[in-house]
Design a protein around this ligand. Structure first.
Ligand code: SF4
Length: 267
């Protein structure tokens, strides 16, 4: 566990609070005036390569996060969830330009729309939601949505998540039609979600609009799992195929250098 700094003393309710919110971890990035909320819910998918249940701490706080992912057993649920009032008190006085909602499916947190609303009205923040888009709550106070597509071929999606992707693909279109800024994300997992499937995802996205950006993430090996991480060359091949259909394709490697001041764990 990384050093915990700047941790304010607040009173925390041990069970799910009345002013319902499922936030278990909060990180602040001073350089970007960004606040990151990690939510914990009963996810509506069971992804075979789920990182969220392997590591509860924000990766930005962990210099050795790749090693931890490859060695950690699955994590148990957090013992404490912050209420909305506790969360707002925790961040009082901070300069916040950007709020990010991530973790174990934030859209299933009944308090998400209210938290986004409070951030927008108190700080004028630009609110970004990471989601699997199986279900969509009220997104009035969300500015940008990054949808993790997993796969677009129904059988493959089902094999990987145990779910059906009809709703995700419909919601992806709905978000686009809403005029919100939209990005897609997909993880390349050799032998599971290969470059050919990533090209299918790019075709699906381009059928809506070629300008929607796609981010390809290389899978990081998890402990006890047979899937391996892709090589840099495999990620580049997938990106090249996707670029035949989309104007903007980014890809991430695990070796991205940290920029700016170190992030601070608030809770
Ligand atoms: S959607 Fe996200 S949180 Fe849910 S199982 Fe998949 S990776 Fe894990």
């Amino acid at each position: 566990m990384t050093t915990v700094s700047n941790k304010p003393s607040i009173s925390v309710t041990a069970k799910k609070p009345e002013n319902s919110l499922c936030v278990y971890h909060v990180v602040y990035e001073p350089t970007f005036k960004s606040i990151i909320f990690h939510h914990w819910t009963e996810c509506n998918l069971k992804c075979r390569g789920c990182y969220c249940r392997r590591e509860k701490i924000d990766f930005s706080l962990l210099p050795d996060w790749q090693v931890r992912l490859s060695t950690n057993p699955p994590e148990s649920p957090p013992e404490v969830l912050l209420s909305l009032s506790e969360t707002l008190k925790l961040i009082e006085g901070l300069a916040i330009d950007r709020a990010i909602f991530i973790g174990v499916e934030p859209t299933l947190d009944p308090g998400l729309p209210r938290l986004a609303h409070e951030l927008k009205s108190r700080y004028g923040s630009y609110n970004i939601l990471f989601t699997n888009a199986v279900s969509l709550p009220d997104i009035s106070d969300i500015d940008e949505i990054i949808v993790s597509l997993k796969a677009v071929t129904p059988e493959l999606y089902h094999q990987y998540t145990e779910g059906e992707n009809r709703k995700t693909l419909e919601n992806f279109r709905r978000i686009y039609d809403s005029g919100k800024k939209l990005q897609a994300e997909i993880t390349l997992i050799p032998g599971v979600i290969d470059a050919a499937e990533i090209e299918e995802a790019a075709k699906f996205i381009s059928s809506i609009n070629k300008d929607i950006p796609l981010r390809i993430t290389g899978f990081i090996k998890l402990s006890g799992m047979e899937f391996r991480a892709p090589t840099g060359e495999e990620v580049e091949t997938a990106a090249r195929l996707a670029m035949e259909h989309l104007k903007t394709v980014n890809y991430l490697s695990g070796d991205m250098p940290r920029v700016g001041e170190p992030p601070v764990r608030l809770f």
